[in-house]
Design a protein around this ligand. Structure first.
Ligand code: ZN
Ligand code: MN
Length: 255
């Protein structure tokens, strides 16, 4: 049993008192990922990675994910103007991250791993962590927090296998082979490969414009084609992320 909120409070209290437990917090977004896939991969992928990582560790619990994320940007998520893409302000996300960490710390937790699945969240998570660390320090509570984005754990040899025709970068993987393969492996019922729109990887000018220029993004909302996605590739990606993340957590928090 690794889902934190599925425990009764007495069992939870016993698991976390003394600060020895590791709390994994998945952070995602509700965002269109093309006509071939549901709008929740940025939540379901870090959640599955957190659960499988927690299973490998002695005393780790997966907290309920933070599901809403910072505004989708054209160059990394297709943009914040597609029906279904439901984003929150940076300050809301910062407050949410800070408040959740502070609450878990008040229960006795001291070790946290924040597992991000939506690129645009990154610096707002950093700010939420920074505010939580300093407000807890003012109360005399010291916490240690690891922050990671799961795709940073994919090794070069896995990239070669998953992208045999060349890798165009994580930024254009929105709705592409990476996320679609992971979803085919984890939640095949949420993917329909018949609806994949095949197109060249997106390329953008070296600047942004506001309001965003919708002509920069494909009508499908994807930034690269998911045509070569497969469940087998999803398993490879899952395994490399879970083993890399488990190892990093063990080195940092347990050894
Ligand atoms: Zn995504
Ligand atoms: Mn995203």
């Amino acid at each position: 049993m690794t889902m934190l909120e599925s425990l009764d409070w007495k069992t939870y209290e016993a698991r976390v008192s003394g600060g020895g437990a590791v709390i994994l917090l998945p952070i995602g977004a509700i965002e269109q990922h093309g006509p071939h896939m549901s709008m929740n991969p940025d939540i379901l992928i870090p959640q599955a990675i957190s659960e499988r990582t927690a299973d490998r560790l002695e005393n780790a619990l997966v907290a309920h994910p933070i599901s809403y994320g910072y505004k989708s940007q054209i160059k990394s998520g297709g943009g914040n103007f597609f029906p279904g893409t439901t984003c929150i302000n940076g300050k809301t996300l910062i407050d949410m991250i800070r408040d959740v960490i502070v609450a878990y710390a008040h229960h006795g937790n001291r070790k946290f791993v924040l597992v991000n699945g939506h690129y645009e969240n990154s610096m707002f998570i950093v700010e939420g962590i920074d505010l939580a660390v300093s407000s807890l320090r003012n109360e005399g509570i010291d916490v240690e927090i690891m922050l990671l984005s799961y795709w940073d754990f994919v090794l070069p040899e896995t990239i070669e296998t998953v992208f045999p025709d060349g890798f165009t970068g994580w930024d254009v993987e929105h709705g592409g082979v990476l996320e679609t393969s992971l979803m085919l492996y984890l939640h095949p019922e949420l993917v329909n490969m018949d609806k994949v729109v095949d197109h060249d990887p997106a390329s953008f000018p070296p600047y942004d414009v506001f309001p965003p220029d919708k002509s920069w993004v494909q009508e499908s909302g994807t930034l690269s084609s998911a045509l070569n996605a497969s469940s087998e590739k999803g398993k490879l990606l899952m395994d490399v992320c879970v083993s890399g993340i488990s190892k990093s957590i063990s080195e940092r928090f347990i050894d």
